[in-house]
Ligand binder design. Structure first.
Ligand code: SF4
Length: 312
């Protein structure tokens, strides 16, 4: 008898779009002026999410930690009660020991750091924020000293860092990060759309570097060491490390933001953001695969995609 997997109900609250970094590839670059949600509005959303059955609550910005009410919001979420209260952050505010302490006391129990380079030069270049790497490192150290180790990471893959992905992977492992996503940049919106040719690499170019990076996690049997937003034809040997496949199986996700609400994230991403051109029709992964970003096909065409005819 096969047992049906019960999906984890996850709500991601985008508090606002203000940020103390200025990443080259920021998908929200053109949203900075949109008014963020007020404390009251965020708390209202938290209560509503609880009523809808959410067990995994995630906060993301912009950069949530630069809000004056961030600790109060985290404490409120904690008082309502969720299995996971996660925060996606660039980690800079965590360099302030007092803030890091308050954040953990407020009940954040999973922290996902945005780490785009393994060196100060590369990370600061991509964030366009001098000192952001040093603060991130100090922030990580503070968390460790407070014996907090549920730390994950997001790395956006762009032209400037794809060749050093294995080095970034090594850097994450050295820093004891065991829950990592390597995310192919989204060129449908924001800065990567505007500066497409400066930022967006070819999937065929990144693939060999991504394999090496994914192998690092595989060799150490790390459960979550994943690539995100890629066509499966380049990752047939790594299907168990493709984030979307995992996510669709395990999560039912909703996004609540100042300017939109999406209660069908997994389903709508595949329809609105990704495309499978006609040549995909004969591919054995057609139903499983989300294809590739629409803007990628607009700019580069579909010549790199290679329909597979036998499942591995
Ligand atoms: S469906 Fe298209 S994009 Fe996906 S694996 Fe097949 S050929 Fe590649």
């Amino acid at each position: 008898m096969t047992r049906k997997l019960v999906k984890v109900k996850k709500t991601v609250i985008f508090t606002d779009y203000q940020c103390n970094n200025n990443c080259f590839f920021c998908v929200d670059k053109n949203k900075r002026r949109i008014k963020g949600k007020s404390s009251g509005e965020i708390k209202h959303e938290i209560v509503k999410a609880k009523k809808r059955g959410t067990v995994y609550l995630e906060f993301i910005g912009g950069e949530v930690t630069i809000r004056k009410d961030s600790i109060d919001i985290f404490s409120f979420a904690s008082s309502i009660g969720f299995n996971t209260i996660a925060l996606v952050t660039n980690g800079r505010m965590l360099s302030y020991e007092d803030y890091a302490k308050k954040l953990l006391s407020a009940g954040i129990n999973h922290i996902i750091l945005s780490i785009h380079g393994h060196t100060k030069e590369l990370h600061d270049y991509l964030t366009q924020s001098k000192g952001s790497f040093d603060q991130l490192i100090r922030g990580m150290r503070n968390l460790r000293e407070m014996e907090f180790d549920n730390i994950g990471s997001n790395t956006t893959i762009v032209k400037q860092n794809y060749r050093v992905l294995p080095k970034i992977g090594e850097f994450l492992l050295e820093n004891n990060i065991r829950n990592s996503e390597f995310i192919f940049v989204d060129p449908n919106y924001g800065a990567a759309k505007e500066n497409f040719h400066d930022l967006v690499p070819r999937i065929s170019d990144i693939a060999p570097y991504v394999y090496k990076c994914l192998d690092l996690g595989r060799e150490k049997s790390i459960p979550h060491w994943h690539i995100r937003y890629v066509p499966l034809c380049y990752f047939e040997d790594y299907l168990e490390q493709v984030s979307e496949l995992d996510e669709v199986r395990k999560f039912k996700t909703e996004h609540i933001a100042p300017d939109f609400e999406n209660y069908e994230v997994e389903e709508s991403r595949a329809i609105a953001g990704r495309v499978k051109p006609d040549k995909c029709l004969t591919c054995v992964y057609y139903n499983l695969c989300e294809g590739i970003w629409k803007e990628y096909i607009n700019k580069y065409g579909d010549s790199e995609l290679k329909p597979c005819h036998e499942k591995k």
